[in-house]
Design a binder for this molecule. Structure first.
Ligand code: FAD
Length: 398
């Protein structure tokens, strides 16, 4: 955002409560690598230029990329500056920080979509003998108590952590709800190459039938490994992870899981097949069949012969629960009435209901790719276009 504002000579500052690339430095587990390939790591005016375009960056490389970008862009970042309040004032905004106040005509909220773990209220019923972790306080399997681990949630975070914890020797049970299954590679190309090339990722928010649902869609079951491994439920089951249904309640110390894994799996398989059909169609109609392998179809997700519907959390079988149930943004500092009862910002493609207030970096903000690093550029250009017009129209402050 700052780079694009700078290109148009729009005066601005970037306020960051921590350091540049703070979320990548402080809020990720030790082994995490990007699930987007290196060649997709690009921001306006800078793209990955290393020796492994098809690899997946560990966190230290992501931090170096973003910190280097801030320097070469000469972004006017004020680090260690926490925004504690934003209020409307004098036709603009008054922004309070731990380093003093700023008056400005426009504010872009770029505080992230994943500031906190979203954990269901039933966590409160977990017996005290069980240690609870989220993606924010989980670092590596060595920091877990010995014994069984229940991982709740089977999207990108859940499948990656279940796999890592199982490999470290813990018995792991994975509670699976609605999920998005994807193979790591398809017809010899990274599946995210297909998402980008075929235009699926570019689909605009105002062309999507059910945008509320699209914005709530869980992250895909993907992991970035040097082996380009697929990490779906079949791979996890083969590694010895027990699959159970969605955690629906905890009553008297017993965890209760929904049945119906067969339907859940069939739905995820069907959606994956439809997406692969879309890729095939695009490849055929755009004359790309010669550049890629032949169409593939994957084994359906295997339904376990028996699934447990109930687990006694007091039996000693499980010593910890990892809540991989998603993330949420935090807007406690935003004193403008633009946040709905679910804690989500009300906006139309990043244009917030209060004049001069904008957002970037939220799910399907303007395109399906909006929350990914490579999605920032197109969204930033669109938003700066709107913002520049707003500044031109708004009466200049004296
Ligand atoms: C576990 C995980 C894995 C991911 N993997 C990938 C991936 O492989 N590829 C990919 O493209 N994307 C991935 N993403 C998405 C990724 O988060 C976004 O691509 C990118 O980080 C969004 O950048 P951002 O600047 O919008 O938000 P963030 O990176 O969250 O940055 C927001 C910044 O705002 C600061 N901030 C928040 N509140 C305040 C305040 N009140 N005052 C001052 N500063 C504040 C925070 O400290 C933070 O530095 C992943 C996300 C998660 C959670």
């Amino acid at each position: 955002m700052s780079r694009v504002l700078g290109e148009r000579s729009i005066d601005h500052v970037v306020l960051e409560r921590g350091e540049v690339a703070n979320s990548w430095r402080r809020e990720r587990w030790d082994s995490l690598r990007l699930l987007t390939p290196n060649w997709q790591v690009r921001l306006p005016g800078q793209a990955y230029a290393g020796a492994h375009p098809d690899g997946y960056m560990p966190m230290a490389e992501v931090v170096a990329f973003i910190a280097g970008y801030a320097e070469t862009s000469r972004a006017p970042v004020r680090t260690r500056t926490e925004v504690t309040s934003v209020k409307t004032a004098d036709g603009g905004y008054r922004v309070a920080t731990n380093g003093g106040e700023i008056h400005c005509r426009s504010v872009v909220i770029a505080s992230g979509a994943c500031n906190a773990a979203h954990v269901p209220a039933l966590r409160a019923a977990v017996p005290a003998s069980i240690a609870c972790f989220t993606a924010f306080d989980y670092h590596n399997p060595a920091r877990l108590p010995e014994g069984g681990v229940l991982v709740v949630g089977a999207s990108a975070t859940g499948v990656q952590l279940a796999d890592e914890i199982r490999r470290a020797g813990h018995p792991v049970t994975l509670s699976v709800g609605e999920h998005v299954r994807l193979p790591r590679t398809y017809r010899g190309r990274d599946v995210l190459w297909w998402m980008e090339s075929s235009g699926v990722w570019n689909q605009r928010y105002d062309e999507i039938d059910d945008i509320v649902r699209a914005r709530r869609l869980p992250s895909p079951q993907l992991v970035g490994t040097p082996q380009h491994a697929t990490l779906d439920l079949n791979a996890l089951a083969a590694a010895g992870v027990e699959l159970v249904g969605r955690l629906s309640a905890i009553r008297d110390g017993r965890a209760l899981f929904s049945g119906g894994l067969r339907n859940l799996f069939a739905l995820a398989d069907l959606k994956m097949e439809r997406l692969l059909d879309t890729f095939d169609e695009w490849s055929r109609t755009h004359g790309r069949d010669a550049d890629v392998g032949t169409p593939e179809r994957f084994e359906p997700t295997r339904v376990p012969e028996k699934t447990r519907l109930e687990i006694d959390l007091g039996s000693g079988e499980f010593r910890s629960i990892v809540w991989a149930t998603g993330f949420r943004p935090e807007y406690g500092w935003l004193n403008v009435p633009v946040v709905d009862h679910k804690g989500q910002l009300r906006h139309d493609g990043g244009v917030v209901e209060s004049p001069g207030l904008y957002a970037i970096g939220l799910p399907v903000l303007r395109r399906r790719k909006s929350t990914f690093i490579l999605g920032a550029e197109d969204d930033a250009r669109d938003i700066v276009e709107h913002l520049a017009r707003y500044l031109d129209r708004a009466t200049p402050r004296t």
